[in-house]
Each structure stands twice: as structure tokens, then as C-alpha cells.
Design a protein around this ligand. Structure first.
Ligand code: FAE
Length: 548
């Protein structure tokens, strides 16, 4: 199928007007027009019957995040029937309060995946812990504790797109060679990044509006401090519907980003995958989704294809049925951690004995580290803060850090500037199978964040010195400056051209593919989901053309 026909087909099920042209760099993105029209598609309805035991499907996709959604849409458009298996909930039905998602400031059972207490990334304020008890439930955000790091991930139909900040950043082209060394950059920047940006509905904040509106005062303070220390401040595209946010600010639409909604889902405004790729996939009539279903085993079937064992869960996480189905092809799109954990288990237990020794390797945290700065009283950051970040400080070339100016939407004036830095941290970890516990483990060490801290300091030590300010030490504990205990951006574990061929085909087992963040060797230099989407677009196009 040609690029042109694929591009034209993405718009089936979604208004073509809702798409804008893609971008090839952060700076280039500043020239983008603001998306004029909100996405028209309704969230994907996942109420079709879940998969039955004994079923046979031509293509089974494990996970409904970025990689899985791209694979499902493109396979369906090529005429293939697809079934997607998702361990999280559908997130298409309002709760008793009339809302699908709960608020960041008042988390209830919907907030966390099978926890009895919240595990907020920023878990202290003024030195006091802010986590609270909640009923155990298959909530939307998983804070998965993997040895020396907590890996935050979205759970539900839409994967990470349900919980993330929507920052949709294409790496600068000069950095791409280090991101995906075996991939042709010309193809990515001419074809697949634009296609991904269009499919995701990426847009840029209106700079004039940004300059005046209360809810971005925190970002304007961030810009002022960056520029006074001679760092470039760049606007960063996002998948939030900026027209909708203007209406929120004007008081003519129900508030979402301006009401603290983000970490546990946005009820309005954010163009999650449910409104873009998954809506288009459902509109083909060839894609079904089984929420609250978790894949546990994949083995070759005698005579060809694969046998897949799936556990059906209830909302407290118990297995209520075990189903066995067969598939001609299986796409691993369970996210970097989900795909890596499955593959190391399947290799070690002999279910997929021919997988190679690269499985589980090359895992990185995208160099994530967070910090806050205490501003002077004449530099308030505003008690109303949009939850959607839209700007960053670029010191990648000189200091190895790209810092997004993040909101602290507490509803009160904090005089704090808050940042998530993506750094060039070179440390990589490996998943392995522990037969005694029956679990996959990751050997990341907390101390491996030190290079990330050092790189972030190239920005914030300088700004603090220039402004006469200090780091906040009350946000991640008592007297703790750095949020070095977590990542939002897990990448790697089944690296492209190592664990797979250069298009995601797993070595040793024809018909098995990896198509998610597990392919990317640990760092994208910016926020990762546009790169995950673009790589999936590239790989599925090749797979459809040559394997089907
Ligand atoms: P992902 O979206 O994680 O989807 C995997 C899906 O597979 C999930 O829905 C899982 O529930 C499901 N799954 C896992 N195991 C199984 C199994 N065994 N059986 C069935 N289903 C399974 O994967 N990135 C950005 O670019 N910009 C941002 O602003 C940004 N902010 C973030 C904020 C937060 C709080 C978090 C958690 C992440 C953020 N990210 C951001 C990262 C981004 O969401 C992430 O890189 C992508 O979602 C990864 O996409 P994948 O397709 O690899």
C-alpha cells in the first residue's frame, strides 16, 4: 500500500479537518498552525463481546497503547481482522459522579491499578506526605515498583494516552541517529513522523493566548527564568484540543485541564487514542477489543500460528476465566515493561525457545528526573495552572538535558517552578526471569539516576544562581530535592535490530512482532510517544507489504 493511500485512510472515522501537518523538530514545531477544529470522533466504544475461548483470530494485538493502536488500524485497513487484548478497563462508562475519570486532587478507586493507597509521583507537599487510602480496583495508573525504580504506566483501552501529559514532541533531527541508529532518518522525517503527528492530532498552543492567560503564568515564569540564563525556551506541541482549553478559560466549556485533570485521565479536551487511532480502527468494523483481559502465554501451535492464553480479570484483579485462543500473528504492544516481562518469561520458560539473547536488554528510563525551584515572592506561578505542559528548556546539546516546564496544579499559590527533565543518562538495565518467584525482574539501581541529576543541574544550578533562588526540598520527601525514584517513559527491552529484525519481527518465531516502546533503546531525547507512534507506522507498513 502506498504512503499516500495509507495517509488518506487514516482519516476514515475521523474528520480530516482535525488533522494538522506533522513536524520535524521541536523548533520546527513552533511554526505549526493551531489545530482549528476539535477532533469529531467519539471515544472508541469497546462494548463489543470479549474474545471467547477457542476463538481463532488472524491478528492478535497485546495492548492498546500507541504501538498497538497503530498496528490495529493499519492491519484493519489492509483487510485483516484484528482482536486487541487489554488488561485494563475500557474507560467508556461514567462512574457514580457522572465522570469517567477522577480528579488528580481527589483520587478515588479509579486512580490506581490494584493499590490500596495512592502512589503519587509527587508525593509530598511542604514536607508532608499526600498519599491516601483507596479501595483496590483496576484503576487507570499503574505505579509499578521494579527494584530501584517506580515505572508509571497507563492501564486501560488507550494505554499511556489515558494518563499522559499529551506532550507530542518529535526529536530534533540531529539527535535521531542516537535514538534509533538502524532507522533511515529521511524516511522518518519525510513520511512517518508527519503521519504520526497527523494521526495523533498534534497541535500547538496559540502563543498570543499563552502570553496573556492566567493558567500559563507558571510556564511564562519558566520561560523568563530560562531566557535570563540564556537557555532556549521552546513551545512544545500537545494533543490537547487547544480550542477547547480556550473555552475552559473563557468559562464556556466544562473544565478539564483547568480543573486539575490529567494523571488519572482527562474527561474533556485531551485527544487520547480512544478519540484518534482507536476510533478510526473501530470505524473499520474489523477491530474488536477485550478489556480486562491479560495475556499470560504465547506458544507456537503445531501446524503454524500461535496459541495464546488469556486471563479475564474482574475489577479487583482476580482471574474470573482463563481463555485459550489461536492467532496467525501476534503483535506485542504491551508497552516496554509489559512486552519485556512477557518475552523474558516466554523465553526462559521454553514457551518461545528460539527468541535470542537480546530479549530483556537495553532498557532505559529516558533519563527522567524531576525537581522544583522556590521562587521569590515577586515571581508567583499562579494558583490556576493548566495541567497540560506546553514549553521546555532545551540544553540537550550542551548539557544533555531537555526540561519540560511542568504544572503544579494544586489550586493554591506555591511560588514553585516545577520541571520534568529528560536527560542523556547512559545507564541501561536488563529484565531477567526469576524462576523461584515466577516473576520478571529489572536490575535498575536508584544510583543510576546520578548522571540524570548532573545533567538537569546544568540547567537549574545556573538558573538558581542567576535568580538568587534555591531548589525545593519538600516535594519528594523531607529534605529531598530530586525526584529520582521514577520514570514515566520506560523504553527498550526488545530493541529494534537486536531482539527483532529492523522492522520488529522477533527472531526465531515467524509471525511474532514487537511494535511498541520496547523497540526503542532507552532514550528518545524528548517525550517518547510520537516516536513510538512513528516507528510503529513505519514497521507496520513494511510488515503489511511483505508478510501478509
Ligand atoms: P502503552 O501506551 O504503555 O500501552 C501498553 C498497553 O498494554 C497498556 O494499556 C497496558 O495495560 C497493556 N498491557 C500490558 N501488559 C499486558 C498484557 N499482558 N495483556 C494485555 N494488555 C497488557 O505502550 N509521553 C509523551 O510522549 N508525552 C507525555 O506528555 C507523556 N507524559 C506521560 C505522563 C505519565 C503520567 C505517563 C505514565 C507516561 C507519559 N508519557 C508521555 C509516556 C507515554 O505515555 C508512553 O511512552 C507510551 O504510552 C508508551 O506507548 P506503548 O505503545 O509502548
Amino acid at each position: 500500500m502506498s504512503d499516500k493511500s495509507l495517509t488518506s485512510k487514516v482519516s476514515q472515522g475521523i474528520s480530516r479537518r482535525s488533522f494538522i501537518a506533522g513536524t520535524s523538530s521541536i523548533l520546527g514545531a513552533m511554526a505549526l498552525a493551531v489545530n482549528p477544529t476539535p477532533v469529531q470522533a467519539k471515544p472508541a466504544n469497546t462494548s463489543s463481546a470479549p474474545i471467547d475461548t477457542g476463538a481463532h483470530v488472524p491478528a492478535l494485538v497485546i495492548g492498546t497503547g500507541y504501538g498497538g493502536s497503530v498496528a490495529a488500524l493499519r492491519l484493519a485497513q489492509a483487510g485483516v481482522d484484528v482482536h486487541m487484548i487489554e488488561m485494563g478497563m475500557a474507560w467508556d462508562t461514567p462512574g457514580p459522579d457522572g465522570k469517567i475519570f477522577c480528579n488528580t486532587l481527589s483520587p478515588d478507586q479509579r486512580s490506581y491499578w490494584l493499590r490500596t493507597r495512592t502512589k503519587a509521583p509527587l508525593n509530598y507537599f511542604l514536607g508532608f506526605p499526600i498519599d491516601r487510602d483507596i479501595p483496590k480496583y483496576t484503576g487507570i495508573l499503574d505505579a509499578e515498583e521494579m527494584g530501584g525504580i517506580i515505572v508509571y504506566q497507563g492501564r486501560g483501552v488507550g494505554g499511556g494516552s489515558l494518563v499522559n501529559g499529551g506532550m507530542a514532541v518529535t526529536p530534533k533531527r540531529e539527535n535521531f541517529g542516537a535514538v534509533l541508529p538502524s532507522v533511515n532518518a529521511d524516511e522518518m522525517y519525510n513520511v512517518y513522523y508527519p503521519r504520526a503527528n497527523a494521526g495523533l492530532g498534534v497541535g500547538l498552543v496559540d502563543p498570543d493566548w499563552f502570553n496573556t492567560v492566567d493558567c500559563y503564568q507558571f510556564a511564562r515564569v519558566g520561560r523568563k527564568h530560562a531566557q535570563r540564563s540564556n537557555f532556549p525556551f521552546v513551545f512544545v506541541p500537545d494533543v490537547y484540543d487547544w480550542d477547547y482549553m480556550k473555552q475552559e478559560a473563557a468559562g464556556t466549556a466544562t473544565k478539564s485541564a483547568l480543573d486539575g485533570e490529567i494523571l488519572y485521565g482527562n474527561n474533556h479536551g485531551k485527544k487520547s487514542l480512544q478519540k484518534t487511532y482507536l476510533a478510526a480502527a473501530k470505524a473499520t468494523g474489523k477491530v474488536s477489543i477485550s478489556p480486562l483481559h491479560k495475556v499470560t502465554t504465547v506458544t507456537p501451535t503445531t501446524g503454524g500460528g500461535y496459541t495464546v492464553v488469556i486471563e479475564q480479570l474482574n475489577t479487583t484483579g482476580d482471574t474470573i476465566a482463563t481463555k485459550t485462543v489461536t492467532a496467525d500473528r501476534v503483535f506485542f504492544a504491551a508497552g516496554s515493561v509489559g512486552t519485556s516481562k512477557l518475552l523474558v518469561k516466554l523465553k526462559a520458560t521454553g514457551a518461545l525457545p528460539n527468541l535470542n539473547n537480546e530479549i530483556g536488554k537495553g532498557w532505559g528510563d529516558n533519563g527522567n528526573v524531576m525537581c522544583g525551584r522556590a521562587n521569590h515572592l515577586w515571581d508567583p506561578t499562579g494558583k490556576l495552572q493548566a495541567t497540560i505542559p506546553c514549553g521546555g528548556i532545551d540544553n540537550w546539546a550542551a548539557g544533555g538535558a531537555f526540561a519540560e516546564v511542568a504544572p503544579l496544579p494544586t489550586g493554591i499559590e506555591t511560588y514553585a517552578s516545577f520541571y520534568l527533565s529528560i536527560t542523556k543518562n547512559p545507564n541501561r538495565a536488563e529484565f531477567s526471569w526469576n524462576a523461584a518467584t515466577g516473576k520478571a525482574e529489572l536490575n535498575w539501581q536508584t544510583a543510576w539516576k546520578q548522571p540524570a541529576i548532573d545533567m538537569a543541574k546544568t540547567i537549574f544550578d545556573k538558573i538558581n544562581s542567576k535568580e538568587g533562588t534555591i531548589y525545593r526540598s519538600d516535594l519528594f520527601g523531607t529534605n529531598k530535592i530530586w525526584g529520582d525514584h521514577l520514570t514515566y517513559h520506560p523504553l527498550g527491552g526488545a530493541v529494534l535490530n537486536k531482539a527483532t529484525d529492523n522492522y520488529g519481527r522477533l527472531h526465531g518465531h515467524p509471525g511474532l512482532y514487537v511494535i511498541d516502546g520496547a523497540l526503542i533503546p532507552g532514550n528518545t531525547s524528548v517525550n517518547p510517544f510520537v516516536t513510538i507512534t512513528a516507528l510503529a507506522e513505519r514497521n507496520i507498513e513494511k510488515i503489511i507489504a511483505t508478510d501478509l
